[in-house]
Design a protein around this ligand. Structure first.
Ligand SMILES: Cc1cc2nc3c(=O)[nH]c(=O)nc-3n(C[C@H](O)[C@H](O)[C@H](O)COP(=O)(O)OP(=O)(O)OC[C@H]3O[C@@H](n4cnc5c(N)ncnc54)[C@H](O)[C@@H]3O)c2cc1C
Length: 299
């Protein structure tokens, strides 16, 4: 959203082991670190953010594992990489790989499974933590294993069935995603490229993708409570589209997309979110829950 101030401490690990060490170092100094992926689902408070931020920005490795039972930390020898696009059908992705790079790499091989992430910005670690996706599927549809830094500061591999991802929540609690093993199914290169393009175009039609946003601000409520209406439809129904506080604005195109028109502050955005939540609750009885994550200096 291009708001927010500065981090007191910023650590930039380059691989899973450095991530683990960074987490342990922060905790030893009494800080629970905040993990920054692509920042596509975040509002960061104005001013100085106290404590430690760890960015996954340098953890960009994406590779094809040779031995399926090998740990996710090990990088295979590139000389014996699988020769054909049929082999393996798996990528190991470190947390800082962008969704964009993952989709481009998969579609170049005709590997299908994550086309639903077309137009969803962010890093793979953030995508796993948020269970990013939409009506055409999402990240956890392809997760086979995930390597996390756990509560004790250890790198631990979890199988898919040890995890309980749900709507916009990877279900990992305080665990930090270091790396993930993703499984695809084989399709043709043109088919995967076409599907990715089609999903992207459909998304771009209904979302103001070129403006500064964090995607959807609110989670869609339980349809039984909202009469089947999405969060965006509720914001629209109470007439809030186009409302703004300073340069923070609810877009005309999509009631769940709040944008920074240029000079909004985090305070403007947070006030606009609270106003929308209050008005929707007053008029419809539905209390909307944030999908966007908010980092406050006081937390
Ligand atoms: C234009 C636009 C369209 C969007 N469309 C969609 C959509 O269709 N579907 C959808 O689901 N989302 C959508 N989003 C939201 C966003 O793209 C996703 O939530 C994405 O997964 C965020 O990834 P990130 O790396 O940017 O995470 P960040 O914003 O950096 O972080 C989000 C949360 O994940 C945590 N996190 C990040 N990395 C890790 C890690 N390695 N381990 C543990 N926790 C971590 C952070 O601490 C934070 O709590 C959209 C956003 C924009 C701007």
């Amino acid at each position: 959203m291009r708001v927010g101030g500065r981090a007191e401490w910023l650590l930039e690990p380059a691989n899973p082991e450095e991530l683990r060490k960074a987490v342990v170092a922060a905790r030893e100094d009494g800080f629970e670190p905040r993990i920054l992926g692509g920042g596509a689902n975040l509002i960061i408070d104005d001013g100085v953010l106290s404590g430690v931020v760890i960015t996954t920005d340098r953890m960009k490795r994406l590779f094809r594992p040779i031995v399926m039972n090998a740990g996710l930390v090990e990088e295979p020898d590139a000389r014996i990489a699988p020769a054909s696009r049929e082999d393996g059908l798996r990528f190991v992705s470190w947390a800082g790989t962008t969704h964009q790079k993952l989709l481009t790499s998969a579609s170049a091989l005709g590997w299908s499974g994550l086309e639903g992430l077309a137009g969803v910005p962010g890093h793979v670690g953030g995508g796993v933590a948020m269970n990013a996706g939409g009506k055409w599927g999402g990240m956890w549809d392809s997760v086979e294993r995930v390597l996390v830094v756990d509560e004790h500061g250890e790198l631990v591999e979890l199988q898919r069935d040890q995890c309980s991802p749900r709507y916009r929540n990877g279900g990992l609690g305080r665990k930090i995603v270091a790396s993930v093993l993703l499984k695809f199914s084989l399709d043709s290169v043109p088919a995967v490229k076409e599907r990715t393009r089609e999903f992207l175009l459909a998304k771009n039609k209904v979302q103001p993708v070129s403006l500064w946003s964090a995607g959807c601000i609110f989670k869609n409520p339980d349809p039984e409570k909202s009469g089947g209406r999405t969060a965006g439809q509720l914001v629209d129904a109470v007439g809030l589209k186009g409302t703004h506080i300073g340069d923070a604005e609810i877009t005309d195109l999509h009631g769940n997309f709040f944008v920074n028109r240029g000079h909004a502050t985090a305070s403007d955005l947070l006030a606009l979110i609270e106003r929308a939540r209050d008005v929707v609750a007053d008029r419809t009885g539905v209390v909307l829950e944030n999908e966007v994550k908010v980092w406050r200096s006081s937390d």
